[in-house]
Design a protein around this ligand. Structure first.
Ligand SMILES: [Zn+2]
Length: 256
C-alpha cells in the first residue's frame, strides 16, 4: 500500500480530519491466540484488518463515509487459559472499552458503530443490548464476517478454527506467515459426551486444550491461496454493501 487510505483512521491525519465528517465508525475486533501449529497468533486480527479495510474501500468508492478504527487485538479466550500466550480479555473489559469508544463517538457526532467481529469467542449481543440503553442516540451493531457466507460454497471441509477457511485466507493475505504443510495439524476435535451440547440448544464453554491437541478445529488440508482470494473477495463485497447500507440508513426511519 503506497497511498494514505482516508477511511482508515490509523493512516489518515489531522490535516485531513480537522474538516472531515464520517457517518459510520467500524471497530474491527480480533483475538491473539494459537491457530493450529501453522498459522500466526494474530490470524483473527489480520483477517479483521484486511476484510474491514476492503469492505470500507468498496463502500467509500460508492460515496459512503465510513471510518475504520484500529483493530482491537485481544478477544475473549476464557476457554484457553492453559494455552501459552493466548491472551484473554473478559467480556466486562470489552464492555468498558466499548463504552469509552461510544462516549467519544457520540460526543463527536458519529452516531453509528459497527463492531466488525473476527473471533468466535467474542459475543457482542449482551454488550450491544446494555450499551444501547446507555447511548440512546447511537445505533450500535455487530457482524461476524465468518458467518456472512455459506461456507460450503467455498470449502470442502468444515471446522471453525484454523481450518480450511482460515488457512486459505492467511495463505492469500500473509503467505510468509504460514508454516509449510508438513506442520499442519489435522485439527481433529472432541465433542461433549452430553448430547444436548452437540444439538446446539445447550451451551457450555469447551476446555480447548482437552478438545483439540493442535488447537485447530477443522482439517486445513485442502486450503489454498486461490480459495482464500475468492472467499476474501466475496466476503469483502458483502461487508462493503452492509457498510454502505449502514452509512445511508436514516436512524429515524429504520423499519418498514
Ligand atoms: Zn481465528
Amino acid at each position: 500500500m503506497n497511498k494514505i487510505r482516508p477511511y482508515i483512521l490509523a493512516e489518515t491525519n489531522w490535516q485531513t480530519l480537522k474538516d472531515a465528517s464520517f457517518d459510520l465508525a467500524i471497530l474491527p475486533w480480533g483475538a491473539t491466540e494459537a491457530h493450529n501449529y501453522h498459522l500466526p497468533y494474530a490470524t483473527d486480527n489480520y483477517e479483521a484488518d484486511y476484510l474491514a479495510a476492503e469492505g470500507a474501500r468498496l463502500a467509500w468508492e460508492r460515496g459512503a463515509k465510513p471510518i475504520v478504527l484500529p483493530t482491537i487485538p485481544f478477544g475473549v479466550n476464557t476457554g484457553q487459559s492453559d494455552i501459552y500466550l493466548d491472551i484473554n480479555i473478559n467480556p466486562t473489559t470489552q464492555l468498558a472499552i466499548l463504552e469509552d469508544i461510544l462516549t467519544t463517538l457520540s460526543r463527536q457526532g458519529i452516531y453509528k458503530l459497527m463492531i466488525f467481529n473476527s473471533h468466535g469467542g467474542n459475543n457482542f449481543k449482551p454488550l450491544v443490548r446494555e450499551l444501547g440503553l446507555k447511548f440512546p442516540k447511537m445505533f450500535i451493531c455487530f457482524a461476524s464476517w465468518f458467518q456472512a457466507m455459506n461456507r460450503e460454497d467455498y470449502f470442502v471441509k468444515d471446522g471453525d478454527h484454523a481450518e480450511e477457511m482460515e488457512t486459505s485466507l492467511i495463505l492469500y493475505l500473509k503467505p510468509h506467515l504460514v508454516l509449510p504443510k508438513s506442520f499442519w495439524g489435522k485439527g481433529s476435535s472432541k465433542k461433549f459426551r452430553i448430547n444436548a451440547f452437540s444439538e446446539g440448544w445447550a451451551w457450555a464453554e469447551r476446555k480447548w486444550s482437552e478438545v483439540s491437541e493442535d488447537t485447530g478445529i477443522g482439517d486445513p488440508e485442502l486450503a489454498t491461496a486461490e480459495k482464500g482470494e475468492k472467499f476474501f473477495t466475496d466476503v469483502s463485497k458483502k461487508m462493503g454493501d452492509f457498510m454502505f447500507d449502514l452509512c445511508e440508513a436514516d436512524l429515524e426511519n429504520l423499519y418498514e
